[in-house]
Design a protein around this ligand. Structure first.
Ligand code: HEC
Length: 125
């Protein structure tokens, strides 16, 4: 009996722990894509000025990871050198701060979401 209670308690603990770990993960589908959709996609799909100039298409995870005509803009695990993070933070040059032409730029909490996702390896989750 005692043993049963212990194992139930242990199972519950493991359950809670995995839920909180899962919560800490940023989801591409539920958190990252909605930001790209609302702030970037207009320009970054065929016909949009961002796509026409850079080749960066954000319609899908695969096209996002493919990057621009010069190469990838996301380096999984490394938000500091990822071009996508550099341009939303305005670290490349003021003239290519993204979203292009948006005064004030992307809100900090949204930038943080993108950074967290890149840091955790930019998964298709
Ligand atoms: C109003 C249009 C527009 C919006 C909105 C926009 N972009 Fe862009 N984007 C551009 C243009 C134009 C370029 C090409 C800039 C250049 O090369 O001078 C570009 C280029 C880029 C590049 C490539 C930079 C490089 O060094 O090659 C990245 C990465 C990028 N955008 C990310 C984003 C992200 C992330 C968002 C949303 C948060 C976004 N863009 C929103 C127009 C836009």
């Amino acid at each position: 009996m005692r043993k049963n209670i212990l194992s139930v308690t242990a199972a519950l603990l493991v359950g809670f722990l995995s839920i909180s770990v899962a919560r800490a993960e940023v989801s591409y589908k539920n958190e990252v894509f909605p930001i790209l959709h609302d702030y970037c996609l207009n320009c970054h799909q065929p016909g949009g000025q961002g796509f026409e100039k850079s080749g960066l298409d954000m319609r899908t995870y695969q096209s996002l990871m493919k990057g621009t005509k010069f190469g990838s803009v996301i380096k999984p695990g490394d938000s500091f050198t990822s071009i996508l993070i550099q341009v939303v933070e305005g670290r490349v040059h003021a003239s290519i701060k993204m979203p292009y032409g948006m005064s004030g730029g992307l809100a900090k909490d949204k930038i943080d979401t993108l950074k967290k996702w890149v840091k955790q390896g930019a998964p298709n989750n």
